[in-house]
Design a protein around this ligand. Structure first.
Ligand code: ATP
Ligand code: MG
Length: 395
């Protein structure tokens, strides 16, 4: 029996009921039904309804017209948002992005037919009944990813589905149904026509799956890797079968992926990852590479903070060992400072004390002070730093 116990689930039921009381059909659909059946937390409750967007707008006080043309509006109900999409079919995927024609329908089973995989093509009514025309529940029980309808057709309509298939394989540690697998092999090259942002979003979820090792193997077997940014040159690296599922954050997963790249930033930019994100990955990478040669010591731990655990996990995966934190934590807790912000003097102090004009020397001097504090040559106090500086000036 499906449990709808969370606050959000109860609110979602109220939305369904309001639609039904107005004479429309309404169901929870897609990922939410799948995750409820798997007893997993639901990230978003999507609703499918026979009501058209303008009819939904009239039934609720707060509605955002997110994609009216495609039948979707977002209902804000008791401070939570629910996407309500009119039952629809999709035809002619001419730009590999959006269906060029959307037809509104009256029946849930017709709407379920346009969805990608059997496990994502179930609907749940407000009285707990499941509409499951493609035996998604059986596939969910047996752990199988199978397209709704002929896989060749479904992957040519929207090639992103191949990557979604690999994503679900990874996240749920499922297997491919044979024809679905063969169709990915056959149509992999179509992935090059998909916008990188969409590819990255799916691939990022794939990397975070508990079955990522298996998914990587399938990516190699199907030839999908040839059509993903920067991966064609990485066959040998990916074939090692490293235990990537030990990694815990997105940053460390991408650091692992970029580890052997001569120009990791160029590689990460190809995936259109944000500059902010790339900066964090770069830090993990540079620390991991140094530690790979020098091991963990005061300097490497200090340089790694606050990403010391992330870096250790990347190294552990690279070297096929279990990450250990005790040594790193001991070093970290004995450090006199944990970041340059903690240095007790500022550039302004240095200028005032020396009477010299501001210039590049200020940054250089602050760096030396930081290093001296770290080496415990001086304590992190203004007076001690000032004394050390006077000595430094004489030299
Ligand atoms: P997640 O847990 O990541 O949200 P999800 O299955 O809900 O997984 P969404 O991208 O939110 O994925 O899509 C919601 C539903 O819409 C899917 O469950 C599926 O039924 C349908 N869907 C999404 N993308 C496609 C697609 N490319 N082709 C066909 N159906 C799709
Ligand atoms: Mg979803």
């Amino acid at each position: 029996m499906i449990r709808l116990e969370s606050d959000t689930a109860r609110k979602c039921l109220k939305v369904l009921k309001r639609l039904q009381e107005a004479g429309y059909e309404a169901f929870i659909v897609g990922g939410a039904v799948r995750d409820l059946l798997l007893d997993l937390p639901v990230s978003d409750f999507d609703i499918a309804s026979s009501a058209h967007p303008n009819e939904v707008v009239n039934l609720f006080e707060k509605v955002i017209p997110t994609g009216v043309k495609h039948g979707t509006v977002t209902v804000i109900f008791e401070d939570e948002s629910f996407e309500v999409t009119t039952f629809r079919s999709e035809k002619k995927y001419d730009d590999f992005r959006h269906p060029s024609e959307v037809t509104f329908l009256n029946r849930i089973d017709e709407d379920l037919a346009r969805r990608d995989f059997t496990i994502n093509s179930m609907a749940l009514s407000s009285n707990g009944e499941i509409v499951d025309p493609y035996q998604g529940r059986d596939d969910l029980k047996s752990g199988i990813i199978r397209t709704v309808g002929h896989p060749d057709e479904r992957f040519t309509e929207d090639p992103l589905r191949m990557l979604r298939a690999l994503r679900f394989l990874s996240v749920f540690s499922f297997q491919f149904e044979e024809e679905t697998f063969q169709a990915i092999k056959k149509n992999a090259s179509l992935l090059s026509q998909i916008a990188v942002e969409r590819v990255t979003a799916e691939f990022n979820k794939l990397l975070a799956g508990s079955g990522v090792e298996q998914a990587m193997q399938r990516i190699l077997e199907t030839g999908v890797y040839v059509y993903l940014p920067g991966l064609p040159q990485m066959k040998a690296y990916l074939e090692i079968g490293m235990k990537v599922s030990f990694l815990k954050t997105d940053e460390e997963r991408w650091a692992w992926l970029a580890f052997e790249k001569e120009d990791p930033v160029f590689f990460l930019k190809k995936w259109r990852l944000s500059n902010d994100f790339i900066k964090k990955v770069q830090k993990i990478l540079s620390v991991s590479r140094t530690v790979q040669m020098d091991g963990w010591n005061r300097d490497t731990v200090y340089a790694a903070l606050p990403f010391e655990r992330e870096s250790e996990r990347v190294l552990a995966v690279m070297n096929n060992r279990i990450p250990t934190y005790e040594h790193i934590d001991n070093i970290a807790s004995a450090l006199p400072i944990t970041s340059s912000d903690m240095v007790a003097v500022t550039g302004e102090d240095l200028i005032a004390w020396t009477g010299q004009k501001p210039g590049p020397w200020v940054g250089e001097c602050l760096k030396q002070i930081e290093q001296a504090i770290l080496n415990e040559e001086i304590t992190n106090e203004k007076s001690s730093i000032k004394r050390w500086l006077e000595h430094w000036q004489i030299q």
